[in-house]
Design a protein around this ligand. Sequence first.
Ligand code: NAD
Length: 299
Amino acid sequence: MKVAVVGFGMMGRQIAQVFAQQGHEVAVTDENKQALTAGIDEISNGPYGVKSAIAKGKMTANEGAKTLEAIRATSKIDDACKDADLVIEAVFEDLHLKREILSRLDSIVPQKALIASNTSTLGISKIASKLGKKERVLGMHFFNPAQVTKLVEIVKGEHTSLSTVQDAAKIVQMIGKTPIIARDEPGFVANRLGLTLYIEASRLFEEGVATIQDIDLAMKLGYNHPMGPFETADLVGLDTRLRNLEALFQQTGDEKWIPPKSLREMVNQGYIGDPTRRPGSKGGYYTYTGPNTQTHPPP
Ligand code: NAD
């Protein structure tokens, strides 16, 4: 299968690697040429990249080389997408930008191609509103880090056809992941749940009920979550998280989604998450709040 990824940032890189590892040809494109070089480097050398997978015995050196060979980077969106069977858009979480990219894709991609958005929170029907081929458009929401996480949320827009949903579900299974299918409601399933937890965790932090370390421990040790809500936010990127909440609030008008003040302050001050994954970041929650706030140091 030929796959094109538009937007080669954090998620675009992960998604491209997942498909390339499974033997598919992947063309990637980004308006920022530096993102293309940095992205290929991350797929090779990053924490979930090919070298790390080889070192952990999850992939042979030969499979690693084939994965890298399968990815082609180009700054031209037409070049990346013109013969794709599946295009996955992973640009910034911005409705106008996504709409514009998808309407460009409409005239570039072959008639039968699936056009998927990796949006976390925006309505698929709204993103697809300017397209002719609306029945082939859907949400394919991957989770960070996509090389490891098993879920892909498939979002059926107002005009998405049943065969599009079925084709997407087969693709998700083919790459070794599990699909769930959601109606096109802001936040779908996973982010409506995950962001609700994050909002409540932020309230606990802002009210001084507990430290961020202890709030994270509560969910890790009490509920067996692999990561706490603040560790997850640092991984996702705090700028992305802010955009997600703003998008949810704009779409629903529900005050529940108003971004926490602490999040906005951190983003304004340049704390946008884990600096190894968010270049230029001053750090995430654990840097921002300082090292000595843990009430129960690990044994
Ligand atoms: P990011 O900021 O890391 O990457 C976005 C990329 O889009 C950048 O490289 C940027 O240069 C590129 N871009 C912007 N405008 C473009 C254009 N006109 N043409 C081509 N490329 C363009 O963002 P991200 O975290 O990878 O998020 C991308 C999407 O995935 C968003 O919709 C986000 O909500 C969603 N998502 C993010 C996560 C996460 O954990 N970060 C998880 C699931 C889904």
